[in-house]
Design a protein around this ligand. Sequence first.
Ligand code: NAG
Ligand code: NAG
Ligand code: NAG
Ligand code: NAG
Ligand code: NAG
Ligand code: NAG
Ligand code: NAG
Length: 904
Amino acid sequence: MFLVVVISLIICDVVFADSGHSGCGGPGFLNRHTGEITSHNHFNNHNHYHRNSNCHWRIRANAGHVVRLSSIHFDVEPDANCDYDYLNIYDGSSNSAKLIGKFCGGSDVEVVSSSRYLYLEFHSDDSNEFTGFKFKYSFQQASAGCGNSFFMCKNHRCIQKSFLCDQEDDCGDNSDESATCKVAPSNCAENEYTCVADQKCILKTWLCDGEPDCAGGDDEAGCGLQTGISGCGSSSMQNGTSGVISSMNFPIEYNNDSKCHWDINVPPGKYIKLEFNRTFEVEPGEGPVCEYDRVTVYSGSGGRHFVGEYCGYQAPDSVIIPGSHGIVRFSSDEGESLAGFQIKWTAVDGDPTYVNPTVDPGPFGCDKDIYYNGAGTIQTPGFDPSGHYKDNTTCVWRIFGPEGYNIKLHFNDFGTEMSHQCKYDSLKIYDGPSASDELIATICGNRLPHEEWSKTNNMMVVFTSDKVYHDIGFRAVFTAVKPNDHQVTDIAACTGTPTVLTATSGTILSDLYDGVTEYPNNLNCQWKINAPVGKVITLWFNAFEAESTENCNYDYLSVYDGKNSYGLLMDKLCGMVYPEKMTSETNHMYIQFISDETAGGFGFNLTYTIEDPLPSCQDSEFRCRDTHCIAYSKVCNGHDDCGDGSDELVCGNDGVCGRPAIKPIESNTRIVGGREAIPNSWPWQISMKHYGRHNCGGSIIHPQWVVTASHCVEDNRNLDHLTIEAGKHHEKKDDPHQQIRRVTKILMHESYDSDLIDNDITLFKLDKPFILNEYVDIVCLPEVVVADGANCMVTGWGDTKNTSGAGLLKQALLPIVNVDKCNSTDYLDGDATDNMLCAGYDQGGIDSCQGDSGGPFVCKSGTKWDLQGIVSWGNGCAEEKSPGAYTKVINYIQWIQEMVASHP
Ligand SMILES: *[C@@H]1O[C@H](CO)[C@@H](O)[C@H](O)[C@H]1NC(C)=O
Ligand SMILES: *[C@@H]1O[C@H](CO)[C@@H](O)[C@H](O)[C@H]1NC(C)=O
Ligand SMILES: *[C@@H]1O[C@H](CO)[C@@H](O)[C@H](O)[C@H]1NC(C)=O
Ligand SMILES: *[C@@H]1O[C@H](CO)[C@@H](O)[C@H](O)[C@H]1NC(C)=O
Ligand SMILES: *[C@@H]1O[C@H](CO)[C@@H](O)[C@H](O)[C@H]1NC(C)=O
Ligand SMILES: *[C@@H]1O[C@H](CO)[C@@H](O)[C@H](O)[C@H]1NC(C)=O
Ligand SMILES: *[C@@H]1O[C@H](CO)[C@@H](O)[C@H](O)[C@H]1NC(C)=O
């Protein structure tokens, strides 16, 4: 856990490193699949954009794709005509293209380009009172539109569907009021094209397939327009018994952004053999499929049967097209241009017993072409629900179903590394056998995905893992089904108006909640809880998970104290970071849940109660279990001032805590990475196990309570998977005096900030108390702040970085580093907060590390040990001038006492 935090922070920094100029300090030319645009550098929702800015950005999608741009934040000086400050968005590659809109004020902006370009221009005058904008953009298949909850205007703006036909011109071109209010029926399905002359419906995949399917031939018109050639310079109709075809200019650079095809016809009964020239250079994809440039071969008249797809730097072996008709297609994108390819085709004797050679199983032995003859299973190689997939692996499955059917993929198991937009490990599903077909879904994370359906009879499934982090992988069943058997399950049930709740208590569940399956994409759900005047509302979090991103910008739950989003924002939550409960001060609460177009979590199960407000306690007061307040000075004075004993539960120094029966070694031998501890000499040390594997440390502060770090549970809060083990010396082996407990409550600090790693403290309540003895005992809580330079001890089973003692409890003595020194540029560079202690040596070499997280950092005070710190974070382990940061426990004594008091 320890290292994971650090690594993910580093990765985030380099993701959008496009190169370019003029984009208000950022890149002005963007051609990555996804990225962000901000009005100024160091944009953070609070600071202001610069005066007199004139910036522009040009975004270019890959061939066949369009750009989708959505605002995450938009706050530009408002003015009826946007004359002062404005953002112009043009539907093309420059400001001479059609203007989609001139934007200012605070409205959301959502736009899809009609070509592969979008051009943005930002102007500001000499006032600078506004916070500016942040957009994310992504490339998508041209057919994907604006997404489920939006309507696409004629001018390609995306507006909320609820704005349709509301007699206001929300599009700016009135297309939201005219076109859709009168129903304009088209007989053709979504995946079909309407022929101009006879209104016949043909599959969109038949467009530009080299065969006129519409009476007027309009399905073949305009194909290869960009180059003006359909056979790359040679005839696209190749009839006879042999011939040669090649990319244009072969063997010098082929043209960018081209599409060519050849229709090969040999005498009936013959088959076609293709032999590739050894000079073969077609830009390969980044993944296992030909994402950029490709040569694709189909058989059958009209070419509906996929034979193979080729790219890269090695000429494929010869290919047989089983039949007398074949189609070869070549497409290139804007990027690199290479030598290309040349194919010699010849008619060979047809052989009805011919079977295509089994497809090359690929570099990882798992690629497969599946010709459907009944439902089957696909899975990551060697799938085992208690194991994991290999890093740096790719697999491609192509499933060819019978004509007239769709392919349904049902997941039985799923787990891959989670990242926004699944940048690292992912499963991609295409509606056809090639990456040029529509991308149906990109999936990653730990939630069982919903079923996916193709719209054609073929599907390609691509699994990719990178070289770090893994999970169990997946197993899924594919079935061919009639298109009308498709159960639409992914429709958002809660877009539009809020659900109003007025009962004295109730439940709020996310769409299709079952605690396991991922919620749908593109949700915008709202609830309003109205309580009688004088009452307040408490919202309890029974379970919660949404896509985890920095600042919760993509999927999130917002809770407002008030009637609507103008109320006080109490919290914006994502990931698995959430409090036990939230209580309003007013008699209204407004809740909004947003999900974007990729990735998610299982959603949430919330309950609310309407109650009288609690008496408020002063800062100098302590809240007893029965909710009344007493002076904090009476806590732990040996007298039951609350009347229910709750003020005497966790006391710093009770004369018993912090005194190990088995004496630990207290000196430091300064061996690299510390030394093995004497077994059970740190009796408060616990091991938190997740699925039986050591995950984090922790400390016993009360027989039934353990304190650990919040980041240890920020992506895993399922109580069924956790055990707490005390009395241990061996990480993996059983120990004679060990005691094992389950967790019944996780109380994460309500102000835990996973970006700053601030307030990194969490309490576990156990199912039953530990039996305290000489092997298992409690640690003291500190009463005084530990001095700079004091030598304190950290213990844990963490990563030993190849030093000795792996698998055994280790200890290391570390001096406290002055916080200002620690926070200076040479050290933690401003990342230390008031809630952190720093400890370590300038020269490095000894430190806590991955796996020690949450564990005790204790300092000796007289004859007892105080828990001054909780292992929290560091930049690497034992690096020079990089002390570790520890949660400063003394700041949380009252919080701990009140939490324990209120959870009997
Ligand atoms: C080539 O062969 C196809 C199929 O036999 C036929 O439809 C087409 O007219 C032929 N084209 C030429 C130019 O001979
Ligand atoms: C294709 O585009 C790339 C990048 O824009 C350029 O370097 C290359 O010269 C172009 N090739 C041709 C043949 O136009
Ligand atoms: C392959 O292409 C090169 C370059 O055009 C040509 O010289 C060579 O003859 C071709 N090889 C075959 C077997 O056609
Ligand atoms: C990933 O796998 C490929 C193909 O086997 C190999 O060439 C490459 O070196 C591997 N990279 C790493 C980092 O393991
Ligand atoms: C939601 O959580 C409550 C409290 O834990 C539980 O009783 C209820 O069954 C849960 N609801 C669902 C649908 O899981
Ligand atoms: C780890 O330790 C072993 C044994 O001492 C040594 O052979 C190996 O080179 C070390 N590996 C690293 C990465 O330091
Ligand atoms: C560390 O430095 C940052 C940036 O200067 C500052 O915001 C923060 O308050 C400092 N922390 C402490 C504990 O002084």
